[in-house]
Design a protein around this ligand. Structure first.
Ligand SMILES: Nc1ncnc2c1ncn2[C@@H]1O[C@H](COP(=O)(O)OP(=O)(O)OP(=O)(O)O)[C@@H](O)[C@H]1O
Ligand SMILES: [Mg+2]
Length: 135
């Protein structure tokens, strides 16, 4: 897929669609600068997966756990890792058992980040538009 220009609504629609269609065991990397829409997309993917509430909610947590009818959806936000070595503290053995594993700022986890089955790139196109690429 080539990059498409999306409003926030269109990005969320795409996220919901992805949530419905991603195969079990998908590992999704979300790449893009601060405020590009990675977390917005993660939440839409979770909704598309059928997630209603949130299993854990601390905003400071690196790992957010959602429970979908199809299993666990984990969102790992590696932004606060200062060095890839700090990723050793995360329970990757459990994270890789997810129905869908979503990794934001995967580059900050270095070699700890499990290989992606899908890579989503978001870039700024305009104040209210982004360029979305899914591969
Ligand atoms: N087309 C768009 N797609 C996504 N977000 C948009 C769009 N236009 C404006 N926004 C705004 O940009 C912000 C995106 O925030 P979000 O937390 O999803 O980014 P992020 O990539 O997770 O950033 P960070 O790296 O800081 O975690 C939101 O405030 C959202 O309302
Ligand atoms: Mg974010």
């Amino acid at each position: 897929m080539t990059a498409v220009r999306v409003t926030e609504d269109a990005l969320q629609e795409e996220g919901v669609r992805l949530g419905r269609t991603l195969p079990r065991g998908s590992v999704v990397w979300l790449v893009g600068p601060l405020g590009a829409g990675k977390t917005t997309l993660v939440r839409a993917i979770a909704r598309g997966r059928g997630v209603i509430g949130k299993a854990t909610s601390p905003t400071y947590a690196l790992v957010h756990h959602y429970e979908a009818p199809t299993g666990a959806v984990y969102h790992v936000d590696c932004y606060r890792l200062h060095r890839p070595e700090e990723a050793v503290a995360l329970d990757w053995a459990t994270l890789v058992t997810a129905d869908v594993l979503l990794i934001e700022w995967p580059e900050r986890a270095g070699a700890w980040a499990p290989a992606a089955t899908h890579t989503i790139t978001l870039a700024y196109a305009d104040t209210d538009q982004r360029l979305l690429e899914v591969r």
